[in-house]
Write a protein that binds this ligand. Structure first.
Ligand code: ATP
Ligand code: MG
Length: 364
């Protein structure tokens, strides 16, 4: 299968863009404009078109241009059989519509992984600074883009956890308890958990060598980088964990153990990156995570995802940009979309990375 390539994008009422229509190069594309011109918004629209969601975990209503009632994104992707049209129209409070070549998806999740995408953004810092929920979302997003079955199982697992939590609340509110009722959910969770856990484990261990490769390349440093996948299920099967935590679950009225508590710990020379990493080391690490994600998706899908590089010079100083240029020259990447505020700097970069690249100027 060929690499993912977006040839054309059309936005309507998406955030600050009343209407925007752009043709792209299959190689490098750059958005240039002042702060607030809407560069990040366009990249997010591309992400949305690929994943049915914003990169920024915001609600759909936030993406509708102020004063309007809906937004729409249309894109033309390449495929071996000619162009594929992806169209999404979102009117908050109504069902989201996602169509590929004019046929509507039965389930939005069926779209995930068809047009794979990796983002490098200043907000990646949140992966270090925020709680485990964001890292789990990140991990799931990575695995799900290359593993359909994983996503289905995960959505099921999350639904059952919610139902189990509701039941625990019901028990507490009504001062009742039924082991049989709870067991109905436990059985479902225990059936789903081993495969989900194995997929996360396999993914995180295969990832480490790529992470190290990109980190060394970007930073030129000698540090050892790795990550640890923390899960209650590393130590015991879920049925035992659920039994052991039953008393606690009844008190706090939610499910305190399981895959929905997993975490990733980023490490530098064996210590938590968050504690020991300098700002530059943290930056290199986070970019390396994303590049490793790109490499791993490419391997598992057999084709390259889109790469979105928001605020490229926030992430990469001159030296790291050189390393990136060399990766592009070595054809590690397919189609790239980047954003920057300085026209001259961007034009120079595009010229060096891809003479046939496109620079799109966004005016305020
Ligand atoms: N729903 C909305 N309706 C209209 N405008 C919006 C909406 N949401 C955000 N904006 C506007 O979009 C602009 C921000 O766009 P964006 O973050 O894409 O800018 P940017 O070009 O990436 O800037 P920077 O260089 O600072 O990163 C702001 O001016 C903001 O007011
Ligand atoms: Mg921006």
């Amino acid at each position: 299968m060929r690499d993912t390539v977006l040839d054309h994008l059309h936005l309507l009422n998406f955030k600050n863009h009343p209407e925007l229509e752009v043709d792209f190069s299959p190689g490098l594309n750059a958005f240039v404009g002042k702060n607030g011109a809407g560069k990040t918004n366009v990249l997010d629209a591309i992400y949305y078109l690929c994943t049915t969601k914003s990169y920024f975990h915001t609600t759909d209503a936030d993406h509708v241009r102020h004063g309007e009632t809906f937004f729409a994104i249309r894109g033309l992707f390449r495929s071996d059989d000619g162009p594929i049209k992806v169209h999404c129209a979102v009117q908050p409070s109504q069902k989201k519509s996602f169509r590929v070549d004019d046929s509507e998806y039965a389930r939005l999740s069926d779209h995930i992984g068809r047009f794979p995408v990796v983002v490098i953004s200043p907000s990646d810092r949140d992966l270090l600074s925020e709680g485990s929920a964001l890292r789990r979302k990140f991990l799931d997003g990575m695995v799900a883009q290359s593993d359909r079955v994983y996503l289905d199982r995960l959505l099921q697992y999350q639904r059952v956890v919610q139902q189990r939590n509701a039941l625990l609340k019901y028990f507490a509110a009504n001062r009742v308890f039924s082991a049989e009722q709870l067991a109905l959910y436990d059985v479902q969770l225990c059936a789903l958990a081993p495969d989900l856990h194995a997929a996360r484990l396999a993914f995180t261990s295969a990832f480490a060598p790529e992470l190290q490769r990109f980190y060394s390349l970007l930073s030129g440093g000698q540090e050892a980088v790795d990550w640890t996948y923390e899960s209650d299920l590393n130590n015991a099967p879920l049925d035992q964990l659920l039994r052991d935590s039953l008393a606690r679950d009844r008190v706090v009225q939610y499910t305190t153990t399981g895959l929905h508590k997993d975490d990733l710990v980023f490490t530098l020379n064996g210590h938590p990156l968050k504690k020991v990493g300098s700002q530059g080391q943290q930056k290199s690490y986070l970019v390396s995570v994303k590049l490793a994600q790109f490499a791993q998706l490419t391997r598992s899908l057999g084709r390259k995802p889109l790469l979105l590089l928001d605020d490229v010079f926030d992430k990469l100083d001159a030296e790291r940009v050189e390393a990136l240029v060399s990766l592009v020259k070595a054809q590690e990447f397919g189609q790239i979309f980047l954003s920057d505020t300085h026209a001259d700097r961007t034009n120079a970069l595009v010229k060096r990375m891809d003479p046939d690249g496109r620079v799109v100027v966004l005016e305020l």
